[in-house]
Design a binder for this molecule. Structure first.
Ligand code: IPM
Ligand code: MG
Length: 351
């Protein structure tokens, strides 16, 4: 079980260090190797996704990823910006299926900005397509118009095969859960969404036990706040999934709690918290490492078929929350406030 550890920028280093400690504590004979990526990759080797880092990723069985993004490199041309590292990895490794679960832990129900009675017990899974859509569609660019002004343009596009494979992932996940799948699109306006919806319906014929519904993305954004528990599994495109998953994270109280898995068709996966590099709090030992620790649990479940070990980590996290141990983002008066490493200590103790 060879794990490629890519801490990246900002808080990435601190949070992956805690997840690595938790994995090591399981004593499962992991082989772990670290490499620079994002802004750190650019500084060390002149590129956000250095060739040696990509080679290491390809030679491993799974990737534990921190975060990339560094304001001080925002002046670089787009292909050298830190964000290109994660986009490049997703594309190069064909990680088209992104699982983003949003769970409200009973202990954190007060941490949500929504009323407890709206979010209590929430357990939804957003499956976001990750290698297509307007993120990668060509043509794109910035061009000069006849009147002299500049115009930026991107292309939103989805081929049937791209939709089909992620739709299958959505239906299979729904079949294992409540049997309900909501496909989110903008078929009232966009051609790419019209094809998306048609393919989703066609794939649905293979899953007679799953009830498929459709929702426009604007309505989905509203319904997530109005009545989030109506959802179980959501399947959607890259751009809509990016936005809805950040929104869903706030139902749970903190974006610092949400793990993710990005998988190809052979169980190879990249595991990362859904939050970013948070440069404003980097190096201060205050970031919440739980999203990354929970991402390590997803790695055990999806890439290594070790569901029992995943449950061990998840149970340890729940125990820590039940003990009232909190990082600043989920802190409430009366609880015990800890830093990044302190939270790692607490999870290890609970393990
Ligand atoms: C995410 C992030 C990335 C994305 C950025 C860092 C490129 O927001 O994983 O949700 O837009 O996909
Ligand atoms: Mg995002």
């Amino acid at each position: 079980m060879k794990i490629c550890v890519l801490p990246g920028d900002g808080i990435g280093t601190e949070i992956t260090a805690q997840a690595v400690r938790v994995l090591q504590a399981l004593e499962l004979k992991f082989e772990m190797e670290e490499a620079p990526i994002g802004g750190a990759g650019y500084r060390a080797l002149g590129h956000p996704l250095p060739e040696s880092t990509l080679a290491l990723a390809k030679a491993s069985d799974a990737i534990l990823f921190g975060a990339v993004g560094d304001f001080s490199l925002d002046h670089l041309p787009r292909e050298l910006r830190p964000e290109q590292a994660i986009l490049g990895l997703r594309k190069a490794l064909n990680l088209f299926a992104n699982f983003r679960p949003a769970i409200v832990y009973p202990e954190l129900v007060q941490a949500s900005t929504l009323k407890a009675e709206v979010v209590a017990g929430l357990d939804i899974l957003i499956i976001r397509e990750l290698t297509g859509d307007i993120y990668f569609g060509q043509p794109r660019g910035i061009r000069r118009l006849d009147n002299g002004e500049r115009e930026g343009f991107d292309t939103m596009r989805y081929a049937e095969s791209e939709i089909r494979r992620v739709a299958h992932v959505g239906f299979q996940a729904a079949r294992k859960r409540s049997g309900r799948l909501c496909s989110v699109d903008k078929a009232n306006v966009l051609e790419s969404s019209q094809v998306w919806r048609e393919v989703a319906i066609r794939v649905g014929k293979d899953y007679p036990t799953v009830k498929l519904s459709h929702m426009y993305v604007d309505n989905a954004a509203m319904q997530l706040l109005k009545n989030p528990r109506q959802f179980d599994v959501i399947v959607t495109g890259n751009m809509f999934g990016d936005i809805l998953s950040d929104e869903a994270s706030m139902l749970t109280g903190s974006i610092g709690m949400l793990p993710s898995a990005s998988l190809n068709d052979r169980k190879f996966g990249l595991y990362e918290p859904i939050h970013g590099s948070a440069p404003d709090i980097a190096g201060k030992d205050i970031a919440n490492p739980l999203a990354t620790i929970l991402s390590a649990a997803m790695m055990l479940r999806y890439s290594f078929d070790r569901a029992e070990d995943a449950v061990r980590i998840e149970t340890a996290v729940k125990k820590v929350l039940a003990l009232g141990i909190r990082t600043g983002d989920i802190y409430e008066p009366g609880m015990t406030k800890v830093g990044t490493a302190g939270m790692g200590d607490a999870v290890l103790a609970a393990l």
